[in-house]
Design a protein around this ligand. Structure first.
Ligand code: C2E
Ligand code: MG
Ligand code: MG
Length: 448
């Protein structure tokens, strides 16, 4: 009796070392062992093995928004769907919170691994029905493979697949990428940015610049777009395209975005009190899709508006099409709740990538911002002028106003006036300015 109990206990503790208790799948260390064994078994024949590293794209938000029980059930359901995509000889493991790995022990060509990745992606984009919630999920997948003649340690192969997975995330998620050596360097650089970024948020090294938005017919300042900059003591001024993506992937965009909203609201309130303007200035603030997905966004933003004492009609949030196209119905609900705070909404970078045209009339949006890629080449590329013209007409028909971004020449400015575009922003008027220079610009415009 005692010895049976001993065996059961020993089995349980051994099981706990090598298997994940939630899904019953092998864990990371067993997966790496199995990879190693596979490579020993197959030597010296040179056949290829591949590892797929699969990561759920928005798992943290699901966990935060719907609770850990739902999160756990999603992990279990995901593991079952993954299993259903695999041949019996392929090994599946749970190697992290929302991370799975698949070993394809023999591979004739790389296309096979890609086909499995495609199949996984298709399976996992079908909505999950968990505790009254329809959960839409996507995955990013990294693929690494080795000729066994290389006899690469299993751990390295898994690491390479993970690096490729990060690359897939950076490129926009919901896709797969095959590992390349250059990705290793990029991954290290990314890690460095992440470490510095954490430090920078603690040390408050961020600053808002303000780029004026002009009324094209009166050529007066209508408002400003707040654009974040990182003033690094070591590297000087760093532009947002160097750190916003990392901030989004690491969740650091949440505290950073909170600060940006606060700072911009306080600034516009200060300017509108300081200057006797005919019309109060409007501040446009960029909202990352990660902020948009936060379940408590509206409550958070409401408290920022209250604390700053800003007139909510002077605040406009800029949201990109991609942020709202992943779940249109949910997005419309969030946009309506934001609108109910009394603020305005703008669709940023309009016209590129996603085609939200068929939904546009459902979005409670006040303004379309035409992407600068169309504005920039209106003179040279005739079709761009036609596109701008069509967007202006479309917006007006839907009762929206239009801001043209990236106006760099007088000719572009005049074409836009002709097309009845109301507002414009770009180097022809002014580059983004630090707070003191923007204040001077308002003063000068009043003196005219
Ligand atoms: P965006 O929201 O489309 O901002 C406009 C970008 O165009 C700004 O780049 C601005 O400096 C640039 N720009 C303005 N006029 C011209 C022009 O005439 N010619 C050219 N070539 N460029 C012009 P910036 O400041 O580097 O920001 C890039 C992007 O980073 C922004 O695109 C936005 O998506 C993101 N971003 C900036 N600040 C924030 C922020 O506070 N929060 C979030 N979530 N994203 C931000
Ligand atoms: Mg913007
Ligand atoms: Mg834009």
């Amino acid at each position: 009796m005692l010895s049976t109990l001993g065996i059961v206990l020993a089995y349980k503790s051994l099981y706990g070392i090598f298997y994940d208790s939630l899904t019953g799948l092998p864990n990371r260390s067993l997966f790496i062992q199995e990879l190693g064994e596979r490579s020993r078994r197959h030597q010296p024949q040179s056949s290829t093995a591949a590892v797929l590293f699969v990561d759920l794209d928005r798992f943290r938000l699901i966990n935060q928004g719907l609770g850990h029980d739902v999160g756990d059930q999603l992990i279990v359901s995901t593991s079952q769907r993954l299993r259903s995509c695999l041949r019996p000889d392929m090994k599946l493991a749970r190697v992290g919170g929302d991370e799975f790995a698949v070993m394809l022990p023999t591979l004739k060509h790389l296309g096979e691994a890609k086909a499995v990745a495609d199949q996984i992606q298709r399976q996992l984009t079908q909505p999950f029905q968990i505790a009254d919630h329809s959960i839409y999920s996507t995955v990013s997948i990294g693929i690494a493979y080795n000729q066994l003649a290389d006899s690469m340690p299993g751990e390295d192969l898994l690491q390479d697949a993970q690096t490729a997975m990060y690359h897939a995330k950076v490129l926009g998620k919901a896709q797969h990428q095959v590992f390349a050596r250059s990705m290793g360097l990029q991954a290290r650089q990314r890690l460095e940015v992440e470490t510095h970024l954490r430090q920078a948020i603690k040390n408050q090294e961020f600053q808002l610049y303000y780029q004026p938005i002009w009324s094209l017919d009166t050529e007066t300042i209508f408002g400003f777009e707040a654009l974040v900059r990182w003033q690094s003591p070591e590297q000087g001024l760093i532009m947002p395209d160097k750190f916003i993506t990392v901030a989004e992937e690491t969740g650091l965009i949440i505290p950073l975005g909170h600060w940006i909203l606060q700072e911009a609201c306080v600034q516009i309130q200060t300017w509108n009190q300081q200057f006797a303007l005919l019309k109060p200035l409007i501040i446009s603030i960029n909202l990352s899709s990660h902020q948009f997905d936060q379940p408590d966004l509206v409550e958070h933003f409401e408290s920022i508006l209250m604390e700053s004492g800003v007139d909510t009609a002077c605040v406009k949030l800029e949201i990109t099409e991609s942020a709202i196209m992943s779940d249109v119905e949910e997005a419309i609900a969030v946009l309506n709740r934001l609108k109910s705070l009394g603020i305005q909404l703008s669709l940023d970078d309009f016209g590129i990538g996603y085609s939200s045209l068929s939904y546009l009339h459902c979005f409670p949006v006040d303004t379309l911002k035409i992407d600068r890629s169309f504005v920039n080449q209106m003179e040279e590329v005739r079709v761009n002028k036609e596109i701008v013209k069509a967007i202006v007409i479309l917006a007006h028909n839907l009762g929206m106003s239009v801001v043209a971004e990236g106006i760099e020449t007088e000719v572009q400015k005049n074409i836009l006036k002709e097309l009845k575009c109301e507002y414009g922003q770009g180097y022809v008027f002014s580059k983004p300015l630090p707070q003191d220079k923007a204040t001077e610009l308002i003063q000068q415009s009043l003196a005219k």
